[in-house]
Design a protein. Structure first.
Length: 116
């Protein structure tokens, strides 16, 4: 059974930092791309960042480039997303997703709240 468990969300003031983590189990971790998406109230879910385990490449949405950094701990099947200089508009539920050419799995989400 595949599980993705996010952690690290919380309340932070604008300009502050948080680090989200996503730990995967039940899948061959290095065969998947791990991506972060977010969804704010009343808005559609949007892509934030991803790490392609097969080739080590990372991608970021323009809105978070230079502020968010994705990193990986292969030994722990975990992807981290360091979020710096958080803005009020970054507030959302953040979801971790494991994506391959055959399937796609989602975590339950973790809430990030940014106060002004």
């Amino acid at each position: 059974q595949v599980q993705l468990v996010e952690s690290g969300g919380g309340l932070v003031q604008a300009g502050g930092s948080l680090r989200l983590s996503c730990t995967a189990s039940g899948l061959t971790f290095n065969q998947y791309t791990i991506a972060w998406f977010r969804q704010a109230p009343g808005k559609e879910r949007e892509f934030v960042a991803s790490h392609v385990n097969k080739d080590g490449s990372s991608y970021y949405a323009d809105s978070v480039k230079g502020r968010f950094t994705i990193s990986i701990d292969i030994a722990k099947n975990t992807v981290h997303q360091q979020m710096n200089n958080l803005k009020v508009e970054d507030a959302a539920v953040y979801y971790c997703s494991a994506i391959s050419e055959y399937d796609n799995y989602w975590g339950q989400g973790t809430q990030v709240t940014v106060s002004s």
